[in-house]
Write a protein that binds this ligand. Structure first.
Ligand code: SF4
Length: 142
């Protein structure tokens, strides 16, 4: 569409009506006082730059996942309580290593990693879960 054919969506005037001062009419299209240059500010929404963390190599990811799986199986496939899983995921959600649903430090899917008791954050933000069975170390009871 030719620019001169555009119509203001706010006041229905042609370009530069200077009445409603919407972006179409001139609020963002500023003509400098000396009238020698025209400065135009884009209406395009500004979004923060997408920062994508570099993931480990596919080989390293496969190795990390295999190790995690072995640890998980050796730990009896034990999962953490739901509240601990949520607490872990809360920490991950605020971590700059999170890339989508994966941790860029190890390449693991954090929702799985956070659910497994045998797992820990590779940079020490949360620890593996040790469930105490039987006698409590503190009270000596069953
Ligand atoms: S596991 Fe650790 S390093 Fe990875 S995203 Fe979670 S908090 Fe960050």
């Amino acid at each position: 569409m030719d620019q001169l054919d555009q119509q203001c969506k706010e006041c229905s005037a042609r370009l530069f009506c200077n009445d409603c001062m919407c972006s179409m009419c001139g609020a963002d299209n500023t003509i400098k006082e000396n009238n020698t240059e025209e400065e135009t500010v884009s209406d395009a929404p500004v979004s923060p730059p997408e920062v994508e963390n570099k993931m480990p190599s596919v080989f390293k990811q496969a190795k990390n996942f295999a190790r995690s799986t072995v640890r998980h199986i050796a730990n009896g496939g034990q999962s953490v309580p739901e509240n601990l899983k949520n607490a872990r995921l809360e920490i991950c959600s605020g971590c700059d290593k999170l890339s989508g649903d994966r941790c860029s430090e190890c390449g693991c899917v954090v929702s799985i990693k956070a659910a497994w008791a045998s797992e820990e954050c590779p940079i020490g933000k949360w620890e593996r879960y040790e469930q105490t069975r039987g006698k409590c170390g503190g009270c000596g009871g069953k």
